[in-house]
Design a protein. Structure first.
Length: 366
């Protein structure tokens, strides 16, 4: 989501220059790659670019090829095989086959409108991009993108066809698996390949606290481009350090953050009664991650107090509560603790255990 924001910001910034540009996107990966499917970069005809499609080994060549696509005003799909000795990227950490689609963006293109839709609502978004098609048909060409309206269950702006019906079924599978995929269609009249991309809602962190240790949490969430909500005593907080906070709630008022399945809750009021109250509220939410700062014996005491109030936690509740919170990395300072907690949040959202990659058998990515 951060990459999409960066692209749209740069387009808006350079709008007055009328400079032409293209978007390069990774649409298929086989084997090892620094970036996965969906990674984007925007390239202007002057050579200015933002975003990335690899760890630096492909950007230079993609820049030149994108400029050529801009000049011709014609999309192109390039396959990089970085496992070959003479291919670009050898020795730079890549060892896979990567397909990159370079699409010039013209005033009639729906690409930017689709990307803006992905920022307009806090939900998962689905985009279908045509990566090859033979023969091209009206409004469905190489590089064409279509937004899937989840409410209407309809591919916006795609004309009715057997391809559209096929894609509708494929999209249902993507939704069920919650994972992007490459798809292929073949009939007597048409052959096509598509990248069906699911873009999940931005991560959201809800911080309940107002002491000095909330600032590293806010700063790291800002770097990661997460939505941030903060509940605390506003008189205790330094205004210049909470400017990136999207939603601020006073701890004595009833209004609280909107918590969904992409929200991590951090209880760090450092006040026993306040943390218990906030924990009871958090347990009513669908958040998959609830952190309660402090040692285990403090949390055990919290459980005893809740039991006295006839509040019994289920096994599922105990799984999503992390107390103590964070990965064991030897963290001591507020900044290190913030890093430890964010690492644990990412591992939980990804369904990973958070161990060292050096001990992982098989590829890093699924």
């Amino acid at each position: 989501m951060k990459e999409i924001k960066t692209i749209l910001d740069l387009v808006a910034e350079k709008e007055v220059s009328n400079e032409k540009y293209a978007i390069a996107q990774v649409v298929n990966v086989q084997g090892s790659s620094y970036r996965r499917e969906g990674a984007r970069m925007i390239v202007f005809e002057s050579g200015i670019f933002e975003g990335g499609i690899s760890g630096g080994c492909l950007e230079g060549d993609t820049l030149k090829r994108s400029q050529l696509a801009i000049l011709k005003q014609k999309p192109s799909l390039i396959t990089y095989d970085t496992s070959k000795e003479k291919e670009i990227g050898i020795g730079l950490g890549c060892n896979g086959i990567i397909d990159v689609l370079m699409t010039p963006i013209d005033p009639e293109s729906s690409t930017l409108e689709i990307l803006r839709k992905c920022l307009s609502e806090r939900k998962s978004h689905i985009i279908v991009t045509i990566t090859s098609i033979e023969p091209e048909i009206e409004s469905v060409k190489l590089g064409s993108s279509f937004y899937y309206n989840t409410e209407k269950e309809e591919l916006d702006d795609m004309p009715p066809s057997n391809l559209k019906t096929f894609l509708h079924n494929q999209i249902q599978e993507v939704v069920e698996r919650n994972k992007s995929c490459r798809s292929y269609f073949a009939s007597d009249e048409l052959k096509a390949s598509m990248f069906i991309e699911i873009i999940p809602a931005q991560f959201h962190i809800a911080i309940y606290g107002d002491n000095y240790d909330v600032y590293p949490m806010i700063k790291l969430a800002e770097v990661l481009d997460w939505d941030i909500s903060l509940v605390g005593n506003m008189q205790k907080l330094k205004k210049e350090k909470i400017q990136s906070v999207s939603n601020i709630y006073h701890k004595d008022f009833k209004e609280r953050p909107l918590i969904d399945g992409r929200t991590a809750v951090i209880l760090m009021a450092h006040d026993f009664k306040t943390d218990i109250k906030n924990l009871q509220e958090a347990l009513k939410s669908p958040s998959p991650y609830i952190a309660s700062l402090g040692p285990k014996k403090r949390f055990i005491k919290m459980l005893e107090k809740l039991k006295e109030r006839d509040v019994l936690l289920s096994e599922d509740d105990l799984v999503r509560i992390h107390a103590p919170s964070g990965l064991e990395i030897g963290a001591n300072t507020p900044e290190e603790i913030a890093m430890s907690i964010f690492s644990e949040i990412l591992s939980v959202f990804a369904g990973k255990s958070g161990g060292m990659l050096k001990f992982k058998s098989g590829p890093i990515h699924d």
